[in-house]
Design a protein around this ligand. Structure first.
Ligand code: C2E
Ligand code: CA
Ligand code: CA
Length: 564
């Protein structure tokens, strides 16, 4: 029976093409052919393929055999290419072969075409087979032959990608599970290697069936598997999956007519997304697995679990914080500020706090730094400002002038349109600007002192009062401090706390008070906790105080009661 052959003929003469086809038939082929004579037709025909071979005339009016060959080669196609030509000198023939033609046949000697083509088709088939074997070998380099899972090399590569991804800012961490099988060698000894392979295959399928889509399961040793969990969404997730894997692997496997059981142990290592190498993390997880094996505890021995949990908890808090505002979980607290002369109330400082649905009340010392890192401080700060302004307005209605101080973070302070935003809030809420105090820390103020002068001036023009917070902790340039349009300095609590025990702290407070008064600024002491603090500060000439001695932050209703 004739061999089917899809042949593309590059030929300007229909008669010559018919001749070629006839010779192919005579040589035992059943050719299905197309004839092309331009580059465009050639490309279209190749795309419409597939073809078993190309037979090309050498020179044509608008095209040539070498052009046709170049087109085939440029597409990376490995097709037997035979040049058939009436006039081909030896030099041209050699050039064509060098360019990649497989053979050439004279038109006067077409009986050679059949055998030449047969040889080229065979060679092409050999080349295809060799490529297939090479690809398979490459596969063997990355996949385990018994289970079909990624091998150690590929798993480490995937782990490397997880480390990179987890390291990018704002990304969730990842984790690595290391799974060891106890009793495997006993099974092989009792039932043979074939049974052992069947167990490994069953284990592989169970592992794949109990991880999440997207996790990578690999075989990293004879009886060892690893799973890249990427990403980890909550702190307990790796332990939960580890437990599920131990459970899944603990039930007996039917292998080679036997029911056999292995004893799995799972170790967990965090993937911190830092400078640690994939190999080190695999070793961490292996260590954890051996500990788990020793203890036979369910859930895995968590390697450096505290660190891992902290990273996860932080990411979680970031995510929760993003929703805190819209869910109305934030609250404004008001801490009283009193005159040290007679302890009368002179105002409040507005402090944000977060009623977390699961964790309860979270103080600003914990979540404000996170909000600053993520940029959330901008909407949060705007919200606090609005709350404070509404409070000021409400108290204003009762003909009470009660100043409320609001903290501005570095990010807020750097906003080019800060003054416009604050003006808009004042107008919208109807608050009296004189009752709004704004606090920025000394370090933020001194960071770019020239810019601070401009920003403070634009705020001052609104009619609000300006305070430098945490004074004494940064490095103030006195010449700049002098040029800031300020109303008050707040002495940092670290000095106040030491005032009754530490002579140096006393001197620092004395200096700050003298400096402030020389600039006609009010001095407020923060962190006044005891009567000793109170009397010491009063003696040093401090004007106002704030601290647990007078009360912590109160909700708006309690603050209002204090006003009465
Ligand atoms: P801060 O502005 O220096 O606020 C004073 C902090 O000292 C408050 O901590 C307050 O509760 C605490 N404190 C008051 N009296 C005493 C005392 O007698 N002893 C001691 N040990 N501490 C006292 P809190 O509420 O944890 O706030 C921490 C920081 O968070 C604040 O420090 C402020 O920088 C920031 N913060 C709070 N609310 C906001 C806000 O709405 N916006 C911005 N940008 N930052 C805020
Ligand atoms: Ca403050
Ligand atoms: Ca402070």
């Amino acid at each position: 029976m004739a061999t089917p052959l899809r042949v593309l003929i590059v030929e300007d003469s229909e008669d010559d093409a018919v001749l070629v086809v006839r010779h192919l038939e005579r040589a035992g082929y059943a050719p299905a052919h197309a004839r092309v004579q331009t580059a465009a037709d050639m490309i279209a025909a190749l795309e419409a393929g597939p073809w078993d071979c190309v037979i090309a005339d050498y020179s044509m009016p608008h095209f040539s055999g070498t052009d046709a060959l170049a087109i085939v080669r440029s597409r990376g196609m490995d097709l037997p290419f035979i040049i058939v030509s009436g006039t081909i000198g030896e030099e041209v023939a050699v050039a064509a072969m060098k360019a990649g033609a497989h053979d050439y046949v004279m038109k006067g000697n077409l009986s050679r075409l059949g055998p030449a083509l047969a040889r080229e088709l065979r060679d092409a088939a050999d080349r295809r087979e060799r490529r297939r074997v090479e690809e398979e070998r490459a596969r063997d380099l990355l996949y385990d032959a018994v289970t079909g899972l990624p091998n150690r090399t590929l798993l480490l590569d995937r782990l490397g990608l997880a480390i990179e991804r987890a390291g990018a800012p704002g990304n969730l961490p990842a984790a690595l599970l290391f799974v060891g099988l106890g009793r495997f060698h006993a099974i092989v000894e009792a039932w043979g290697h074939r049974c052992g392979d069947a167990v490994l295959e069953a284990v592989a399928r169970r592992l794949e069936g109990n991880v999440r889509a997207g996790d990578t399961v690999g075989r990293v040793g004879e009886t060892e598997f690893a799973v890249v969990l990427d990403p980890v969404r909550e702190p307990g997730e790796p332990a939960r999956i580890a437990e599920a894997l131990e459970r899944a692997l603990s039930s007996p496997v039917a292998a080679g007519g036997q029911e056999v059981s292995v004893t799995p142990s799972v170790g967990i290592a965090p993937v911190p997304g830092s400078d640690r190498q994939a190999g080190e993390i695999l070793r961490d997880a292996n260590t954890a697995m051996h500990r788990a094996m020793a203890r036979r505890t369910a859930g895995g021995a968590i390697f450096e679990s505290a660190m891992h949990d902290r990273a996860v908890a932080r990411v979680r808090l970031e995510n929760d914080l993003r929703r805190a505002l819209e869910r109305g979980e934030l609250e404004a607290g008001y801490q009283p500020v009193v005159s040290l002369r007679d302890r009368s109330l002179t105002g409040f400082e507005c402090l944000a706090r977060w009623k977390h649905p699961e964790r309860g009340l979270i103080g600003p010392a914990e979540f404000i730094p996170i909000a600053e890192d993520t940029g959330q401080i901008l909407p949060i700060g705007a919200w606090v400002l609005r709350e404070a302004c509404m409070q000021v307005r409400d108290w204003g209605f009762r003909r009470k002038v009660v100043p409320v101080a609001v903290n501005l973070s570095a990010l807020q302070f750097a906003q080019a349109d800060l003054a416009d935003r604050i003006r808009a809030t004042l107008v919208e809420t109807g608050a009296d600007p004189r009752s709004l105090h704004l606090e920025i820390t000394e370090s933020v103020a001194m960071d770019d002192a020239a810019a601070t002068i401009r920003t403070l001036a634009s705020l001052k023009a609104l009619g609000v009062k300006l305070k430098i917070d945490d004074f004494g902790t940064g490095y103030s340039s006195l010449s700049y401090l002098h040029r800031f349009p300020l109303d008050a300095l707040k002495i940092d609590q670290s000095f106040v706390r030491r005032i009754d025990t530490d002579a140096e702290a006393v001197e620092i407070v004395r200096t700050i008070v003298a400096l402030a008064h020389a600039m006609s600024l009010t001095v407020v002491a923060e962190g006044v906790e005891t009567e000793a603090h109170f009397s010491g500060l009063k003696a040093l000439g401090c004007d106002e105080g704030q601290g647990f001695l007078f009360g912590g932050a109160l909700d708006a209703r309690k603050a209002e009661e204090m006003l009465k």
